[in-house]
Write a protein that binds this ligand. Structure first.
Ligand code: ATR
Length: 277
């Protein structure tokens, strides 16, 4: 039997076991995915332990993505640009670190909007999730990306850090710039944690967004964040965080179990049920 894990702290509510479990059944793969709760000081030892047990690899979630970056012996381009690793693949040659978060967002946006060539995007947030998002937006051809963050200086340093790696023009600013920028935006993308269950939502006025614009939130718990509710109420196109979640798992499943799985309505339904159950 092939085995893989999802390591994090806490990891109890991770949907990864539901996702991978669905595909294991769908494709008749003899495998399992285990939750691996580990506090930061236990991370390296836990990786060594499961590697020793013959695991194919692990998905890495909060708060270990930077530690996983450090631990990996080789890394893909996305991991290097993001400074974070969400997939560790074990082989006889060592530990490979990859970042598939941007792949998830790329696929989800492409499915819903197509390419973003020549378009202006407003991205909210300047944390780890924003880095992967910038990479995805750049690969989709966005011409200009305004990075707005509560702490303006963080948006500045993110734009500065990624400017050389990306083709899109990166324009950092404070959240207060939103109202002035809204009329230019084809897409508003939230990568902040505001709006996640138990946190207050971003109070953002969507009035200025053009009619054809889309709003995407990478938060998927709740699935319909206040931001997406407001966008839907204005008749704007809405993209929730489940698409990204499902697509980021495709390369992981393939690396662990040797089958490239498909994202289907059935998978989405299973995740919605798990979220509401
Ligand atoms: P992640 O790796 O998930 O992006 P992070 O690095 O902690 O997590 O970043 C969280 C992001 O959400 C940051 O951009 C943070 O803004 P600050 O850098 O100004 O702290 C943003 N964020 C969190 N709560 C927020 C809130 N209530 N309003 C606005 N932005 C918020």
């Amino acid at each position: 039997m092939k085995r893989a894990g999802i390591i994090g702290w806490p990891v109890t509510h991770s949907l990864s076991p539901v996702l991978h479990g669905y595909w294991l059944k769908e494709y008749g793969v003899d495998g399992e995915i285990l939750r691996l709760p580990a506090q930061p000081e236990q991370f390296a030892a836990e990786i060594e332990r499961v590697r020793g047990l013959g695991f194919a690899g692990v998905n890495v979630t909060v708060p270990h993505k930077e530690a996983a970056f450090e631990l990996a012996q080789t890394r893909d381009r996305a991991a290097e640009i993001c400074g974070a690793v969400n997939l560790l693949v074990f082989s006889k040659d060592g530990i490979q670190g990859r970042n598939t978060d941007h792949v998830g967002l790329y696929q989800s946006l492409q499915e819903n909007l197509g390419e973003l060539a020549g378009k202006t995007v407003v991205l909210l947030g300047a944390g780890g999730a924003a880095r992967g998002a910038l990479l995805a937006l750049d690969e989709l051809g966005a011409a200009q990306i305004h990075i707005l963050n509560r702490h303006h200086a963080r948006a500045d340093s993110l734009a500065h850090a990624l400017a050389l790696n990306l083709t899109a023009k990166l324009l950092p600013g404070p959240l207060e710039s939103w109202t002035a920028l809204a009329p230019q935006a084809s897409l508003l993308l939230n990568t902040t944690s505001a709006g996640m269950a138990g946190t207050p939502p971003l109070a953002l006025d969507l009035t200025g967004l053009p009619r054809g614009a889309a709003v995407c939130d990478i938060v998927y718990n709740p699935l319909e964040t206040q931001l997406l509710k407001d966008a839907a109420a204005r008749g704007l196109k809405v993209i929730d965080g489940l698409g990204m979640l499902m697509h980021q798992a495709v390369p992981s499943f393939e690396a662990f179990f040797g089958v490239r799985p498909k994202v289907t309505p059935g998978l989405r339904a299973a995740l919605v049920q798990a979220l509401h159950g």
